[in-house]
Design a protein around this ligand. Structure first.
Ligand code: SF4
Length: 460
């Protein structure tokens, strides 16, 4: 019992988070920056922060994550990091030759009050940025928000710098992707291709963090949204922002800057959210939905129908990012399961409103919370008070799953002890089938493991 000290007695806490259901802002900024082709993320702070962010991403994706740092020492911590950043920009363009350096701040540089916008203007004025190359930035003070906020800020940062409105519309749709796996980003592109819709997907980490083994290391793999694609977003017909917490700020900035109208949707996780995404994309591009997608939908419904008896009424606890949890809760309710406990470390009233409207009417006994006090300790205490049949969340949930003997499905960030998340999508109808397979597998494995001999069935 690794968590033997967790009790079911909940004490009011005002200033303590135990095992937070989130990580720090720059991790998100770094992940978003990796989804742009030829972009090197740069952490403006100490080496330790950058190492942690790179490690978190490397452990999850099992790929070497490249990023640079301003390498603050005692001097820069007191007097500011301008000299370090000027030197870094010059050195990085000389040695690593990226197309873009995407600078994000850290707790340290934010506390000092470094004006990164001004410092980057100085890099341009001092001709440290070669012609055709770019430095962009966003602010990611990690004492507010979470990795989700950092991701959102970095995507919005790219929108601040690149899209241009020329007045000549292009027959394409922008899709601003929330924080999903490279496999999910590939699935979004596959769905658009099947519908014959030209899209610009920003960011796009497919072919960056799920690259094939070729025996040759590339600092800048072939994937990622290109600079011309980002520039062209200002002339697109419209924008679909997938996942409000991660993508809506960027969509608003693009509308304000280039007058490209946007629609915000939940991530297409599960049946209904995928229906809404496919409908929105077909309307935006004025195309019909092809049979191949309708058939995938039909296969998902067939699978749900076949396996419904194993899912009905099962109590589920979930933790993770709000953009993932909201459509996932809706999907579980569609399956007649009961998402009874939901926590997210990412603050924001929108999550509570979404749970109020989706979860409350279907599962009135459900408990949900987000923000700093919505940690995994609280989730475990709720589970101790009344247990669940399934736990869904990132790797850190394995301790609760083990202590309480609960089937566990790994979903979200980070997953450090299993593989497959980068390669098999969760989005779309196919992704929903994959998710359903994982949930059923976990539930049925426990049934098999604990069945008495006369109830141990070959056919289930
Ligand atoms: S100091 Fe701040 S930015 Fe650095 S790793 Fe910790 S939370 Fe993240």
């Amino acid at each position: 019992m690794l968590l033997r000290h967790t009790t079911d007695k909940i004490t009011e806490r005002s200033a303590l988070t135990i095992n937070p259901a989130k990580t720090c802002q720059p991790v998100g900024a770094m992940y978003a920056a990796l989804g742009v082709h030829g972009c090197l993320p740069h952490s403006h702070g100490s080496q330790g922060c950058c190492s942690y962010h790179r490690t978190a991403l490397t452990r999850h994706f099992k790929e070497p994550v490249m990023a640079a740092t301003s390498s603050f020492t005692e001097g820069s911590s007191v007097f500011g990091g301008q000299a370090n950043l000027l030197q870094a920009v010059s050195t990085i363009f000389t040695i690593y030759q990226p197309d873009i350096i995407a600078v994000h701040t850290t707790c340290l540089s934010e506390t000092i009050g470094d004006d990164v916008n001004q410092i980057l203007q100085k890099t341009r004025d001092d001709k440290l940025v070669p012609p055709g190359k770019h430095v962009v930035h966003c602010n990611t003070p990690s004492y507010v928000g979470s990795h989700v906020t950092g991701y959102s800020n970095m995507v919005a940062g790219f929108i601040n710098y690149f899209p241009q409105k020329t007045g000549k519309k292009i027959n394409q749709i922008n899709i601003i992707s929330g924080w999903v796996e490279p496999s999910d980003m590939r699935e979004i592109r596959n769905l658009a291709t099947a519908m014959d819709v030209k899209i610009v997907l920003l960011p796009d980490t497919s072919d960056v963090l799920d690259t094939p083994m070729t025996g040759k290391h590339e600092i800048f793999p072939k994937g990622g949204t290109t600079i011309p694609e980002m520039v062209s977003m200002g002339n697109s017909r419209s924008t679909i922002a997938l996942g409000p917490f991660c993508s809506e700020d960027a969509a608003i900035k693009l509308e304000n800057k280039c007058k490209v109208k946007f629609t915000t949707l939940e991530l297409p996780i599960g049946l209904k959210a995928t229906d809404r995404f496919i409908t929105a994309l077909s309307r935006a591009a004025n195309v019909s939905v092809p049979d191949s997608i309708t058939d995938d939908r039909g296969r998902l419904i067939d699978m749900i129908t076949d396996m419904h008896k194993y899912l009905y009424g099962k109590r589920v606890a979930l933790f993770g990012d709000p953009d993932t949890l909201t459509p996932l809760v809706e999907f579980l309710i569609t399956l007649d399961m009961k998402p009874v406990y939901v926590v997210s470390g990412t603050p924001g009233k929108r999550f509570e409103a979404a749970m109020d409207s989706i979860l409350k009417p279907a599962v009135p006994e459900a408990k949900y919370m987000n923000g700093q006090r919505a940690d995994m300790f609280l989730l475990h205490q709720w589970i101790k008070q009344e247990s669940v049949d399934l736990l869904i969340g990132n790797t850190y949930g394995k301790y609760i799953a083990r202590d309480e003997n609960i089937p566990f499905v790994r979903l979200g960030f980070p997953i450090m002890d299993r593989v497959g998340h980068s390669y098999f999508p969760t989005l779309g109808y196919k992704g929903a089938m994959h998710l359903l397979t994982n949930m059923l597998g976990a539930i049925m494995d426990k049934m098999d493991r604990e069945a008495v001999e006369e109830k141990f069935e070959l056919v289930m």
